[in-house]
Design a protein around this ligand. Structure first.
Ligand SMILES: [Zn+2]
Length: 231
């Protein structure tokens, strides 16, 4: 087995279940059944997250997943989605506040989905006193980046940066010390199944955008990942 070179801070690993040599993967979950499965896949290179995704809030109860938090390495994928979720904002907010509180009490990292809800999600986290959080596939407002940095939180960069202009623009503005790579693997986007192996191809572009060489970029990403997940 090769030593890890790439870090995937947000992957739906239970949909993939392959071995990815040279990768460390943070495996997020969508609901109680995928949370159970993710916990069973935990290994030296797979960190397990449990949670209820905002798209699942309308059909999932908190109790089951709540009881799994102690066994997990982190909490996620949880958050708010003002564009695609079926659950009303208030119910989403109840669930997300619950998980933010859990993250605060346990000191575990929280892996956050916040589509069209970036500022609200940030406020929930800081009010709950959350110390470590990742805003996944960040395409939110540029002026929130300094607050994310100030709170000690991180954002992830998705391989879609090669064609998604909005994502590219915010990543250009983001300080390097809050950036981690992700694949959102196991999720299909524009007809393509995303995988951790999409990450290496992004490194040259990301290095260019941030004005560092690729080795330096990989070093910083590794360090950010380890700080975020306390490895
Ligand atoms: Zn995801």
């Amino acid at each position: 087995m090769n030593p890890p070179r790439y870090y995937d801070a947000h992957c739906h690993y239970s949909n993939l279940k392959k071995h990815y040599d040279g990768f460390v993967i943070a495996a997020v979950s969508m609901d109680s059944s995928s949370s159970l499965e993710t916990l069973s896949l935990r290994s030296e290179s797979i960190l397990a997250g449990v949670g209820i995704h905002p798209w699942k809030v309308h059909e999932e109860k908190l109790e089951l997943v709540s009881s799994m938090v102690d066994k997990a390495d982190f909490i996620g994928e949880v958050g708010l989605d003002y564009r695609f979720a079926k659950a009303p904002k208030e119910l989403q907010s109840n669930y997300f506040n619950f998980f933010a509180q859990k993250a605060s009490e346990t000191g575990k990292l929280i892996n956050v989905h916040a589509l069209d809800a970036w500022r609200d999600a940030f406020n929930v986290l800081t009010r709950a006193g959350v110390k470590r959080a990742i805003f996944h596939w960040y395409s939110g407002p540029e002026d929130l980046l300094k607050d994310i940095q100030g709170a000690g939180y991180y954002i992830t960069v998705n391989p879609s940066i090669t064609f998604q202009q909005k994502h590219k623009r915010v990543v250009e503005k983001a300080p390097l010390d809050i950036i981690i790579t992700e694949s959102d693997g196991g999720y299909e986007y524009r007809g393509k199944l995303l995988e951790p192996t999409d990450i290496p191809a992004v490194i040259p572009l990301l290095a260019k955008l941030k004005g560092v060489n690729e080795d330096e970029l990989l070093r910083v990403i590794e360090s950010n990942f380890k700080k975020a997940y306390q490895l």
